[in-house]
Design a protein around this ligand. Structure first.
Ligand code: ADP
Ligand code: MG
Length: 397
């Protein structure tokens, strides 16, 4: 995979895949433009090097049909303000009219194509759709880490049409942090894994086991491990069919000298909800009809202490049902433990990201990944189709 810096961009139509899938309110206002701001360095670089910038993105899930509310037009306006220059909004993402518009761009001008997912060919990785997109550029840049785990036309099939392709600065940064953490980490390397289900993260746990020095497990997924140890967890969420596999992974970790931290207490309630009665109990004393919905304060202290000597931390998944105030303390406390640590800290995951933002500690984390699914896929040790298409993880700069 080449860096954008390796390409000659002057006078060329530079087709850039980004992730402008931003949240909109009911008036089509952009409520959070983080994703737009994240790729500005790459867009500015192209413009400063006299490229003719052609941007493509998806938005929401229009399921292969044009949906007015999922037009990228609001993004074109916001992007224009951020770049302080006009952004031409194309009426479509393929076709003769769009080609004419793109071919009319002058050096240093910008066009944004309409939502790629208005065509089923995008998600189907359709070669013909990819060919039509490719007709809009002379060089191709991927700057959409968040969709690199998907073999979609604008991410994968399109690439073979270009003699020159490269990764944008954001994608390069994602790869660099991932490699620093997983390939040659400063040790101890600690993986903190939480969230709703063991099943969605079992592959990541297995792949990381031979690489990490410690696991810290929280969230509902800890329940399956605790169950395998014989604890009675009341009505807590347990994935029964994975209890045995969880137990085996735990044993393997201990055999191989990987420290394995599980919760020792929990915040419990009769049911999940904002106004329910809650209690803090040791893990061995969860009442019969109650559920563990967050790690308790003793666990937070334990996990904090286990992070003291960490040199590298990789975190994915909240420690509890943090969306509800009563069950958010474990996750908030973990945010501070990670932020306060001296380690290189890399965090990924949609919900984990939300939790960190809610505490305002984002600047104290070394790197927060911009792609939940793609980040998890990397932790699983699986290739990302978008990155493979560019030539793989190795970066040529
Ligand atoms: P991420 O998006 O960061 O990868 P996940 O999607 O795997 O994280 O998990 C987040 C979800 O897990 C949240 O919706 C949270 O409410 C839920 N969760 C965490 N702990 C528990 C628990 N003990 N009981 C029920 N749900 C939980
Ligand atoms: Mg999630």
């Amino acid at each position: 995979m080449y860096s954008i810096k390796e390409l000659d961009l002057q006078g060329k139509r530079v087709l850039v895949r980004v992730d402008f899938n931003v949240p909109l309110d009911e008036h089509q206002n952009i409520t959070d433009d983080t994703r737009i701001k994240a790729v500005l360095p790459t867009l500015q670089y192209i413009l400063d090097h006299q490229g003719r910038l052609v941007i493509m993105s998806h938005m929401g899930r229009p399921k292969g049909k044009a949906v007015d509310k999922l037009s990228l037009a609001p993004v074109a306006k916001r992007l224009g303000r951020l770049l302080e220059q006009e952004v031409f909004m194309a009426e479509d993402c393929i076709g003769e009219n769009v080609e004419n518009q793109v071919n009319g761009l002058e050096d240093g001008q910008v066009a944004l194509l309409e939502n790629l997912r208005f065509y089923p060919g995008e998600e189907d990785n359709d070669p013909e759709f990819a060919r039509q997109l490719a007709a809009l550029g002379d060089v191709y840049i991927n700057e959409a880490f968040a969709v690199c785990h998907r073999a979609h036309a604008s991410v994968e099939a399109i690439v073979s049409h270009f003699p020159e392709t490269a990764a944008g600065f954001l994608l390069l940064k994602e790869m660099k942090y991932f490699k620093d953490a997983m390939e040659k980490p400063r040790r101890p390397l600690v993986a903190i894994i939480g969230g709703a289900k063991v099943s969605s993260k079992f592959g990541a746990l297995e792949n990381m086991l031979p690489r990490v020095n410690k696991f810290i497990i929280g969230g509902a997924m800890a329940n399956s491990f605790l169950k395998s140890m014989g604890f009675a967890l009341g009505r807590s969420k347990v994935e029964e069919d994975l209890v045995e596999a969880a137990g085996a992974l735990h044993q393997r970790a201990l055999r191989e000298g990987v420290k394995f931290y599980l919760p020792v207490d929990a915040v419990v309630a009769p049911e999940p909800g904002p106004n329910v009665e809650t209690k803090i109990v040791p893990i061995q004393e969860i009442p019969e009809n109650w559920m563990a919905l967050d790690i308790g304060p003793a666990t937070s202290r334990l996990f904090d202490e286990a992070l003291y000597n960490a040199k590298t931390i990789v975190w994915n998944g909240p420690m509890g049902m943090f969306e509800i105030d009563a069950f958010s303390r474990g996750t908030i406390s973990m945010v501070y433990s990670v932020a306060d640590s001296y380690a290189l800290s890399i965090v990924g995951g949609g919900d984990t990201d939300v939790a960190i933002h809610s505490t305002g500690q984002t600047d104290r984390i070394s790197y927060i990944s911009t792609g939940g699914g793609a980040f998890l896929r990397l932790l699983e040790g699986k290739p990302l189709p978008g990155v493979q298409a560019l030539g793989g993880l190795e970066i040529h700069e």
